[in-house]
Design a protein around this ligand. Structure first.
Ligand SMILES: [Zn+2]
Length: 68
């Protein structure tokens, strides 16, 4: 059930104000960005934290398909 992965939360630090944002995998997957309350748009693609999220997903769902 792919939808379950959307509940995974990644923590992303705002590069401008340092606020720690909680970003769902769904938001990462759809928008590849997170908007901080200070107005900074943090791009998430190619972020190392995203790799960490994917690692977590692999860990959580070892049997998930290799279809991406
Ligand atoms: Zn900020």
């Amino acid at each position: 059930m792919p939808g379950e992965l959307d509940d995974i939360i990644a923590l992303v630090d705002c590069s401008k104000c340092g606020t720690e944002l909680r970003v769902t995998y769904k938001q990462i997957r759809i928008h590849a960005a997170a908007a901080c309350s200070c107005g900074t748009l943090i791009r998430l693609e190619d972020d190392t934290r995203i790799a960490a999220v994917h690692a977590l997903i692999d860990e959580t769902n070892p049997m998930s398909g290799d279809n991406d």
